[in-house]
Design a protein around this ligand. Structure first.
Ligand code: ZN
Length: 252
């Protein structure tokens, strides 16, 4: 515990302040200790997927469609993102096995998974942040953030770190299949649309599009995935297998 250390080293400075100011300083110091303890994620020095049991989901669920957007140009950065050397999907084994169950559950009703992103290397997240700071580059605005100023994307849309780097988070949609023909279901927005319309329960999304979002959420929840309510496509397996470890192995 770090608390006793804080009390012994910090108390002398707090004690000669008057009441309100002392309370504020103490409260902020305590908050800092709590945040540091709850949010600490270390980057693994592993260089191969088999060292950490990140599984090739394309091999595990061969019927799933892989449309790994950050390996190509059709994403908000507008080019392949650093760390994506191939359009492949990796997840830690418990999450990958649970996703296989989701795919099996849905197959009987004629649905298939469309995977947009899975494990994401730490270096890719850093690439996002660099792109977000480059306000001169606006070429993907019409498709991905038409209603937002690029300067606001770092306030809630693009984060310095991502749960995807911890290996148990997946971005996906659904396809409806008729025989061998499969079509992507309409979810009301595309993947990675920076807009409140992408909030899973946004009231402007109704009818078939609402039903499609709910079908995906019910199927994912049944096998242990939790939706991020601001993005209909983003799911994290619970409990996370390695909640304090991020990975930086290139996707290949
Ligand atoms: Zn995501």
């Amino acid at each position: 515990m770090t608390m006793p250390i804080w009390i012994s080293s910090g108390w002398a400075g707090v004690i000669d302040m008057t009441g309100w100011r002392a309370w504020c300083v103490g409260a902020w110091m305590l908050l800092g200790v709590i945040v540091a303890q709850a949010g600490e994620v270390k980057v693994s020095d592993a260089t191969r997927f088999d060292q950490v049991d990140l599984v090739d989901v394309g091999a595990l669920i061969p019927e799933a469609t892989l449309e790994i957007r950050y390996a190509g140009d059709d994403n908000f950065v507008g080019r392949p993102v650093e760390g994506y050397l191939a359009p492949k999907c990796y997840l830690l084994r418990p999450a990958a096995e649970a996703l296989r169950q989701v795919a099996a559950d849905l197959a009987g009703d004629g649905y298939r998974l469309r995977l947009f992103d899975c494990y994401r290397p730490v270096r890719a997240v850093r690439d996002f942040v660099r792109w977000a700071h480059d306000l001169a580059d606006q070429k993907t605005k019409p498709r991905f953030y038409p209603n937002l100023d690029k300067s606001t994307l770092l306030d809630g849309y693009i984060a310095e770190t991502s749960g995807h780097s911890r290996g148990a988070t997946v971005d996906l949609g659904l396809e409806r299949c008729d025989g061998a023909r499969c079509e992507l279901l309409d979810m009301g927005t595309g993947f990675d649309r920076f807009d409140t319309l992408a909030n899973t329960d946004d009231p402007r999304i109704d009818g078939e599009r609402k039903a499609n979002r709910q079908r995906l959420r019910a199927a994912m929840q049944r096998r242990g995935f939790r939706n991020y309510p601001l993005e209909w496509w983003h799911y994290t397996f619970q409990p996370e297998p390695t909640p304090a470890t991020a990975y930086d192995i290139p996707v290949q």
